[in-house]
Design a protein around this ligand. Structure first.
Ligand code: NAP
Length: 172
């Protein structure tokens, strides 16, 4: 795609290993401080692209868009546009990428958005949880996206809040 020339587009996600569970009732099904730190470090001063429901979940959790990075939200609606002046709302993937200011872009979910962007990711930072504590999850990461990457590197292994998880970087 010509409009993504010179941009590096990465996915950034956390999901449960067996099912791909990643969301529940508009929230993350877990609280993993080290993973949130990892998210913050990677995305600081970069562009993050997300679906409108993920944006809503960030607003519910933090009360504001994520600071110190360019927030781009995909939505077909125009409800929030005037409320969040620093957030760019776009109605298609082309506009999201064309308006990204940083050379490195992070696609941060949710499930719908990963389906839209799956083909153009050059890498994926995946936090993979080792447990089955995601009853009633309603949002799932399309795990088959991992098949498009031939290499992987483990960034770290963690145990927090009784949850064992790994952060793995998948790439081509
Ligand atoms: N574990 C993780 O790493 C992680 C990461 C992110 C989110 N989550 C969780 O995932 C859940 C939200 O994910 P989700 O899959 O339900 O929703 P989502 O992907 O965050 O957002 C879906 C919305 O994005 C917009 N959209 C989707 N495709 C579009 C396109 N091609 N063009 C324009 N707009 C488009 C639509 O917004 P409109 O309806 O406004 O048109 C759609 O309703 C929450 O529970 C959240 O906490 C988990």
């Amino acid at each position: 795609m010509s409009f993504v020339k010179n941009k590096k587009i990465y996915g950034l996600v956390a999901f449960e290993s067996n099912t791909g569970a990643m969301g529940k009732k508009g929230e993350l099904p877990w609280y993993l401080p080290s993973d949130l730190k990892h998210f913050k470090n990677l995305t600081k001063n970069q562009t993050i692209i997300m679906g409108r429901k993920t944006f809503d979940s960030i607003l519910n959790s933090y009360g504001s868009p994520l600071p110190q990075r360019q927030n781009i939200v995909l939505s077909k609606k125009t409800t929030n546009i005037d409320t969040y002046k620093d957030v760019l709302f776009v109605d298609n993937i082309k506009k999201a990428l064309e308006n990204s200011k940083s050379e490195t872009i992070f696609i941060i979910g949710g499930g719908e958005i990963f389906k839209v962007f799956s083909k153009i990711l050059c890498g994926l930072y995946a936090t993979i949880l080792d447990v089955h504590q995601t009853d009633n999850a309603d949002t799932f990461f399309p795990i088959n996206i991992l098949d498009q990457f031939s290499k992987k590197e483990t960034i770290g292994e963690f145990f927090e809040n009784n949850i064992k998880y790994q952060i793995i970087f998948f790439y081509k």
